[in-house]
Design a binder for this molecule. Structure first.
Ligand code: ATP
Length: 205
């Protein structure tokens, strides 16, 4: 099984990295693909350039064979649609279960995503929840795809909805950018190599 974690990664931080590792272990994944988006469809444009976000990601996962940085969305022109990304992955991995990880906030808007129902033809959707997360009631479509049995995810290549609680560190890229702008020290929230990169490139000042 392969896990997919998309994001702006502006910048990548230990919240992303710890969750990705925990998910890799929980689902016994072959690897997790970290996929930086070019032009996010559901939020404001990132502050750092696509190249800078990618370079920070590469520094963060250097020497980590559990993670693969997948640049496909940066190479495609226009908005980054999960539908296109999963279609491309499915054509490369025809018989492998794909797990699309999304946060519970994103899942609450899921029915606004481009071709959202068809995403279930391409992958399983795993919603990452925190204790006390507020989720909208599930619609009929979601209910028919829902499973509580993690083992079934390995038996089908796509089509299931699963909720997984993980330990989420209280770290956000927005807070890190704010710390740098206000000259506070972001140490211990993200890898040192990424902090060095941010200072070298005068990002977020
Ligand atoms: P921003 O603060 O700029 O919105 P972010 O820190 O939420 O950024 P994104 O790049 O938007 O980071 O997130 C990519 C993915 O990582 C999303 O699915 C998001 O839900 C998840 N994520 C973000 N922060 C954490 C965290 N602290 N723990 C676990 N997952 C996280």
């Amino acid at each position: 099984m392969i896990g997919i974690l998309g994001g702006t990664f502006d910048p990548i931080h230990y919240g992303h990295l710890r969750s990705a590792l925990e998910l890799k272990e929980l689902f016994e994944l072959d690897h997790v693909r970290l996929i930086p988006c070019a032009q996010p469809v559901h939020r404001d444009s990132p502050t750092a350039t696509a190249t800078q976000r990618l370079e920070m990601l590469q520094l963060a996962v250097k020497n980590q064979t559990d993670f693969i940085v997948d640049t496909q969305e940066l190479q495609r022109a226009g908005g980054s649609y999960t539908f296109d990304t999963l279609t491309a992955l499915r054509s490369n991995y025809r018989k492998v279960p794909l797990l699309l990880f999304i946060g519970s906030d994103a899942f609450n808007d899921f029915t606004t995503w481009f071709r959202w129902k068809e995403l279930f033809d391409l992958a399983h959707v795993v919603v990452i929840t925190r204790p006390n997360a507020t989720l909208n009631p599930l619609n009929e479509f979601f209910k028919t795809h829902l499973t509580n049995d993690k083992k079934i995810l390995k038996q089908e290549v796509a089509g299931l909805l699963f909720f997984q609680q993980i330990t989420q560190l209280e770290i956000s890229a927005t807070a890190i950018r704010g710390m740098i702008t206000t000259r506070k020290n972001p140490c211990f929230l993200l890898p040192d190599a990424v902090i060095d990169y941010i200072y070298q490139h005068q990002l977020y000042f």
